[in-house]
Design a protein around this ligand. Sequence first.
Ligand code: SAM
Length: 171
Amino acid sequence: MEVHILRLGHRRDRDKRVTTHIALVGRAFGARGVYISGDRDLAIPESVEKVNNEWGGNFYVEYTENWKHLLRSWDGVKVHLTMYGIPLPEKIDEIKKSRKILVIVGAEKVPGTVYSMSDYNISVGNQPHSEVAALAVFLDRVLEGKVFSIRFDNARREIIPAEKGKKVVKK
Ligand code: SAM
């Protein structure tokens, strides 16, 4: 199964860190890449590229001018994460049957059409919290803990887990 992310409504000044964290969590938890809709902000692809160069993999960051077109033409399942949705545990088995998933997370108020254009509106608890946390829980459940075993090709550095201190091998 492949999972891609759509980050809706990125605002250059307010969302730089959170959108970067969406990309880093996506990469570390096993998603393929992120489409960003909103302000163009080169800082995000640049910082993800630095991480790819150092720690490996080819997680992509792509701007989309037209998120409606992306949703309409998506050849897989669209899952919108929202606190108003159906609890993830109720739908996880169905969602896991999908071959290709676009998981959608918002920033500011998400347009109403996203709710109708998505195949699933899914909540991670019915309280307002964070798109980063919601994404992490979703990816962990759908990709069954891939975060704990993922290895990236062409990494220049790899961490050797240690009880104390930092062990890093350079390749
Ligand atoms: N107030 C905005 C709205 O009404 O659409 C939501 C803003 S929230 C800070 C940003 C994003 O976090 C949401 O669009 C959603 O993707 C995600 N999110 C926040 N809480 C969530 C929850 N309990 N379950 C799933 N996603 C959540």
